[in-house]
Design a protein around this ligand. Structure first.
Ligand SMILES: [Zn+2]
Length: 149
């Protein structure tokens, strides 16, 4: 096992540990944030999904013209979306945690679906090795470190 794999393995363990600890202690605020994201989410041009002025501004400030995964222009891939690096279904208390957000294209978001980040990294590594660097760079290490503290 090389150092990279060791680091990944370590982060997996942290995520699982936080997951089992927090999942059973969801607060009222966690539920509110979970719902808040439904109004806050950003789907380019689709107001039915609840894009707000705040989320529009956030997306503008946190993205450029190209999807960080596939490297294509957003408008060629269905537009910009906010994705949770650690999925809401498994980490509901991170619904409105900005360190858990990144802007990716609609097509990459649909493909990522509800995959756990590390499952996703593995998926990209195997299926789209050319995209792997972009995904690895965005690894939520900082988020996990901050949760650990
Ligand atoms: Zn993309």
């Amino acid at each position: 096992m090389n150092l990279e794999e060791k680091e990944l393995n370590e982060l997996f363990k942290i995520a699982d540990k936080i997951g089992s600890k927090r999942y059973h202690k969801l607060t009222h605020q966690d539920f509110e944030n979970y719902r808040k994201f439904d109004y806050w989410r950003y789907v380019n041009g689709d107001y039915e999904c609840g894009t707000t002025q705040e989320s529009k501004t956030w997306v503008r400030d946190n993205s450029d013209c190209y999807c960080p995964i596939c490297g294509d222009k957003y408008f060629e891939k269905g537009g910009k979306t906010i994705d949770h690096k650690l999925p809401r279904s498994q980490y509901p208390w991170l619904s409105m945690e900005f360190k858990n957000f990144w802007v990716i294209c609609l097509m990459c978001n649909q493909q990522k679906g509800e995959m756990h980040w590390y499952e996703y990294e593995h998926y990209i590594f195997v299926r789209y090795p050319d995209y792997y660097i972009g995904v690895k760079v965005a690894r939520p290490s900082y988020l996990l470190q901050s949760l650990k503290e």
